[in-house]
Design a protein around this ligand. Structure first.
Ligand SMILES: [Zn+2]
Length: 128
């Protein structure tokens, strides 16, 4: 059974899809979820409309806490961004959650080529 959800119109080209094994599919190639690696997780914490917020960046067993708003998928509240690298197509994508007026939005965002390249090389350096 496939569970496909279309997301915001601006992100309609990238579909969030779970395969029959329960694996998240790559939005670039729809390849087996077995080859989609999440490498960096950003957690954004902010009180509603507060200009200051904390961003916790989890990567490779470490966490770095920053006092800035860069990259939060929510314009006014909390957010989460999980950055993936696909072993099959080499694409880089972020699965993002954004709190918005009591609702949670979820969508894929295609990463810039430099960030996708960094994730590919990070995956090679830390292959398991
Ligand atoms: Zn892919």
């Amino acid at each position: 059974m496939s569970d496909t959800k279309n997301v915001k119109p601006a992100q309609a080209a990238l579909v969030i899809e779970i395969n029959e094994d329960g694996h998240l599919e790559c939005p670039g190639c729809s390849g087996s979820g077995a080859y989609l690696h999440h490498r960096v997780v950003n957690v954004y914490s902010r009180q509603e409309d507060n200009p200051s917020q904390l961003t916790s960046v989890f990567h490779n067993g470490t966490v770095n806490v920053q006092n800035n708003a860069r990259g939060n998928p929510s314009a006014r509240r909390d957010g989460v961004s999980i950055r993936f690298s696909c072993e099959l197509c080499g694409g880089g994508y972020a699965l993002e959650l954004a709190q918005h007026k009591g609702q949670t939005e979820m969508h894929w965002r295609e990463l810039s080529e430099p960030e996708a390249e960094w994730l590919r090389s990070d995956l090679e350096r830390n292959a398991f």
